[in-house]
Design a protein around this ligand. Structure first.
Ligand SMILES: *[C@@H]1O[C@H](CO)[C@@H](O)[C@H](O)[C@H]1NC(C)=O
Ligand SMILES: *[C@@H]1O[C@H](CO)[C@@H](O)[C@H](O)[C@H]1NC(C)=O
Ligand SMILES: *[C@@H]1O[C@H](CO)[C@@H](O)[C@H](O)[C@H]1NC(C)=O
Ligand SMILES: *[C@@H]1O[C@H](CO)[C@@H](O)[C@H](O)[C@H]1NC(C)=O
Length: 271
């Protein structure tokens, strides 16, 4: 409260409280959780309404991950500070008081989907299947995912060559038989949750099949040239030894082959 200047930009939120004493009896302590965020920090706090006489400590958890543990802190007002933006730290946090029985409260941080593209720029080969992926790590979870292409609007699942697979945090747009003319461009994935929308853009580039083959053809050509050079070199240096290796049976064949190769060599030399 001292930092009055912080207050205007602080997002003061939430409240939810769990009042859980084992057995769920209504007389247990009421724990009020809330958070504030400002200047690159998010501060979560829990306060126990009726101070418990025997608090042996507390811990903060997010899901099944323990964020902080303080033994021998008997305060009924406790806080936990996160460095970073509130958008990146959504979730349902739990403050757990070591009392007997334990008392738990919640601090829920809800944000619009913070959508990220798995890759901002994807490449595909003509004729292959292109796969564009977006995800949102935010809480609450995404209710609906939608894909758009900049020049043609909403992409409907199952139409044309499009297949959309969306599961909670993640969506995948598959484009069958990629075409350079039709599929190159910017795609937008939009997510909507209870707090609103969020989106990201993926750029898809489609390469021609031939372009994908060039490196391979280059290697094949290189190998062929090398083999030919080595072969010619060997042929010219030791023609006698090669001939000596012949044994009678296959002599006619071999000599045919040899004549052939000599001709090749002569032609190459002429070039
Ligand atoms: C915690 O709750 C008690 C009782 O409701 C209240 O008197 C006190 O001001 C609260 N503390 C803070 C820091 O909010
Ligand atoms: C959604 O994202 C959250 C946070 O990254 C993760 O804990 C959760 O397991 C994800 N849910 C699904 C269904 O993938
Ligand atoms: C899109 O259609 C496919 C096949 O028809 C289906 O398996 C998939 O669940 C659908 N995706 C969405 C997001 O409805
Ligand atoms: C897609 O997301 C953007 C940015 O969040 C939003 O402005 C736009 O309205 C969304 N489009 C639709 C059709 O929901």
């Amino acid at each position: 409260m001292a930092a009055g200047a912080d207050v205007p930009c602080a997002v003061v939120a939430l409240l939810v409280l769990g009042s859980l004493s084992a057995g769920g009896d209504a007389t247990g302590p009421v724990i009020t959780g809330q958070y504030t965020s400002s200047a690159g920090k998010v501060i979560l706090s829990c306060n126990m309404s009726a101070p418990h006489t025997n608090i042996k400590g507390h811990k903060w958890m997010l899901g099944d991950k323990t964020l902080k543990t303080e033994e021998s802190n008997s305060n009924s007002y406790i806080s936990y500070t996160i460095e970073g933006k509130v958008e990146d730290h959504s979730g349902v946090y739990e403050c757990i008081y070591e009392t007997n029985p334990v008392a738990k409260g919640n601090v829920t941080i809800e944000v619009q989907p913070q959508v990220v593209a798995y890759k901002k720029s994807e490449h595909g080969n003509e004729g292959d299947t292109g796969v564009l992926t977006c995800k949102s790590p935010s809480y609450p979870p995404v209710d609906t995912w939608t894909w758009f292409k900049s020049d043609q609007g909403t992409i409907v699942n199952g139409t044309g060559r499009y297949i959309i697979k969306s599961t909670g945090n993640k969506t995948e747009l598959r484009i069958l038989k990629l075409s350079i003319e039709q599929d190159t461009g910017d795609y937008q994935c939009n997510a909507t949750n209870l707090k609103g929308p969020g989106s990201a853009t993926v750029n898809l580039r489609v390469r021609s099949r031939l372009a994908a083959l060039w490196p391979f053809l280059g290697i094949v050509a290189e190998v062929l040239v090398l083999v030919t050079i080595i072969f010619i070199y060997e042929k010219r240096r030791k023609p006698d030894e090669v001939l000596d290796d012949d044994d009678g049976g296959s002599a006619p064949l071999k000599s045919n082959a040899t004549n052939h190769k000599d001709k090749n060599v002569r032609q190459r030399n002429a070039n």
